[in-house]
Design a protein around this ligand. Structure first.
Ligand code: SF4
Length: 413
């Protein structure tokens, strides 16, 4: 590997980390200010944003320890056979960079991942060393998110949780067949075994903390994972089922969905085109339905078409409501919270405010309109004081009627 200075390494290893979606947002237009035109960029890398357990949005230095790897996962730009410029930080360099950025107030924490060098154990030791040194040698109180390597010694993976706020172990692909085809060196059972051990360690840590205030924290922000969408033939129903299983079995804080993006010098087994970014968005919406709206995974899957794919033109909650119209209209003055949460256009906050308001008086459609962004979407699915949707709920063209209208953008704006 050629000798690189710290800035060159930072440019390579921050760029290589941008493919990890676990703490980033995506789906916006590409803009930059290269060439001195304008200000700002949506394509930058190096600093990303995440939400701390108390809900604060924090900026993280997001880098890889190295983009060299002994594995050859087809979808990964850092795979062994990829023709990219390689770089590697030492643990000490990452510690120094993190502290320097933190002191300048550029960041409030670190998101660190890595390709696998020498062996999973060796790489995991290096990742843990960064977190250990930050915490123990420098008393670093900022946020640390470590990606762990499921093939590493379980004790090393556990140590990641001792020093980091959040740990993540990527399942990579939604199905065992997809993993075997696209990441043949990875083992689904080992990945889930590592998640299970992490869950137990997190629960033990939380339990000790409850009993003894002085007990050390263990991964207080929990564990998360990431699934790549569109690189294999898994349907949305497969992905929703897998995510639900992961939430249930391993008590994950988040499952991140990352739409596969074609990489330079791509392997021939990969699709040539990326899936629509809207697919990723619809999966996040269905994830929300399961976590906050009381939908069972089978109900979300029922909103999909016969091929198991969620519609792209309407959100999955509306798709479900249109398919199961016999569940509507819902009486906003009498229905329990769980039924109100099924109404398209009513979010969790709106439902909670609605429940408070109806203690004092019977609600009319105007009252609901004040709680929601789109009363047009809500109207066919509710009855209120003075409002019955009558035939509206059963209109054959209701889907087209509620579909968001597309706006023609100005060509020369
Ligand atoms: S192990 Fe990780 S870094 Fe290495 S090729 Fe696979 S996905 Fe990429």
């Amino acid at each position: 590997m050629p000798q690189l200075d710290i800035q060159e390494k930072l440019a390579i290893l921050a760029d290589a980390a941008k493919y990890d979606a676990s703490c980033s947002s995506s789906g916006t237009a590409r803009r930059d200010s290269r060439g001195g035109k304008g200000m700002g960029s949506t394509e930058g890398m190096g600093i990303c944003h995440a939400y701390a357990p108390d809900g604060r949005c924090i900026s993280l230095l997001k880098i890889l320890l190295t983009n060299s790897c002994i594995f050859d996962c087809h979808y990964c730009i850092n795979r062994k056979s990829s023709n990219v410029r390689r770089a590697r930080f030492t643990a000490e360099e990452v510690v120094r960079l993190t502290l320097a950025f933190y002191r300048r107030n550029y960041i409030e924490g670190l998101f660190l991942s890595s390709g696998i060098i020498r062996s999973p154990d060796y790489t995991m030791e290096q990742l843990v060393e960064v977190a250990r040194s930050l915490r123990e040698d420098h008393d670093f109180r900022g946020y640390i998110h470590l990606k762990t390597i499921p093939d590493a010694d379980p004790e090393l993976v556990r140590l990641a949780g001792v020093h980091a706020d959040r740990v993540s172990i990527n399942v990579e692909l939604p199905t065992a067949a997809g993993l075997a085809r696209l990441a043949p060196e990875k083992d689904g059972e080992r990945i889930e075994g590592a998640m299970k051990s992490m869950r137990m360690a997190i629960e033990d840590g939380a339990d000790s903390k409850k009993r003894f205030k002085s007990a050390p924290s263990f991964a207080p922000a929990g564990q998360s994972t990431q699934m790549i969408v569109g690189a294999d033939s898994a349907t949305d129903a497969d992905i929703v089922g897998k995510a639900s299983m992961l939430y249930d079995r391993f008590r994950l804080r988040r499952v991140y969905y990352s739409a596969f993006s074609p990489i330079p010098d791509a392997s021939a087994v990969l699709p040539l085109r990326r899936p629509p970014l809207m697919r990723e968005h619809r999966l996040y919406q269905s994830d929300w339905l399961m976590r906050f709206y009381g939908f069972a995974p089978g109900e979300v899957a029922a909103a999909a078409d016969p091929a198991g794919m969620l519609p792209l033109d309407i959100d999955p909650k509306l798709a479900w409501a249109l398919k199961f119209r016999e569940s509507f209209p819902v009486d906003v003055n009498r229905a329990p919270r769980e039924l109100l949460l099924r109404v398209p256009g009513l979010g969790v906050k709106a439902v909670d405010r609605l429940l408070k308001s109806r203690r004092w008086r019977r609600l009319r459609l105007d009252d609901i309109a004040r709680l929601t962004v789109s009363i047009v979407k809500v109207r066919p699915f509710v009855c209120a004081e003075g409002w019955q949707p009558t035939l509206l709920t059963d209109r054959a063209d209701l889907g087209a009627w509620l579909e968001p209208k597309t706006n023609q953008l100005e060509l020369f704006a």
